[in-house]
Write a protein that binds this ligand. Structure first.
Ligand code: 5GP
Length: 218
């Protein structure tokens, strides 16, 4: 049967977003979901850590206990997982596959180890690393939150220094600008637009369209 390439529903792309604590990832994810609700959905991870005030089961995370988490690993329900600060964090497989099959681009906001596992398990995923313009502004953002202790800020900066070594394994670097005339939300919207342009280009890769395009003359 002849293919009409215009009307084809292509699978969505798993989009991994990583970056140091304080880079503005969370605000960028919110901007993506707000501005482009038809294009993106967020992968909700499972975790064994306690919910923070205001966090809701099924929204920020699925909060489950260790026994349940380990059971889900054994059942093959968790695509990748890591242990971070004494707690499990993992990506549920079913939701990710179901949504990408429906053409939705699924955002996975996960740390670098998880990102490397996704690279191996889902070669079609796009890995984006988010950074502020320089190290000083990263530190200023962490201090500006006002919720982190000095020790915590030092620990987060040390982790960022370690994690940035894996930057070469990512596909794209998106800078979350520090424009003094913009609010954090406006800067995040600019970064979100950059991510959408990356995704547009990625969706046009020959490798993502080959199966349909080879039947063009059939
Ligand atoms: P937090 O406790 O601050 O919500 O998350 C701690 C870290 O776990 C963050 O770096 C976050 O990106 C990472 N994380 C959250 N969910 C997952 C997941 O499903 N897999 C992996 N590998 N990391 C995750």
């Amino acid at each position: 049967m002849k293919q009409n390439l215009q009307n084809l529903q292509l699978p969505g792309i798993p989009l991994v977003l990583s970056g140091p604590s304080g880079c503005g990832k969370g605000t960028i994810v919110k901007a993506l979901l707000r501005k482009y609700p038809e294009l993106f959905a967020l992968s909700v991870s499972a975790t064994t850590r306690e919910p923070r005030p205001g966090e809701v089961h099924g929204v920020q995370y699925y909060f489950i206990d260790r026994k349940e988490f380990e059971g889900r690993i054994a059942d093959g329900q968790i695509l990748e997982y890591t242990e971070y600060c004494g707690n499990y964090y993992g990506t549920p497989k079913k939701e990710l596959y179901e949504r990408t099959m429906r053409g939705i681009n699924v955002i996975l906001e996960i740390e670098v180890e998880g990102a490397m596992n996704i690279r191996r398990l889902c070669p079609e995923a796009v890995l984006i690393y988010v950074l502020p313009p320089d190290a000083e502004s990263l530190e200023a953002r962490l201090r500006g939150r006002g919720t982190n202790t000095e020790e915590d800020i030092r620990a987060r900066l040390a982790t960022a220094r370690e994690e940035i070594r894996l930057l070469p394994a990512y596909d794209y670097l998106v800078i979350n600008d520090d424009n003094p005339s913009c609010s954090a939300e406006e800067s995040a919207e600019i970064a979100a637009d950059r991510i959408v342009r990356i995704l547009e280009a990625e969706s046009r890769r020959v490798s993502r369209n080959l199966e349909n395009a080879v039947h063009f003359f059939d």
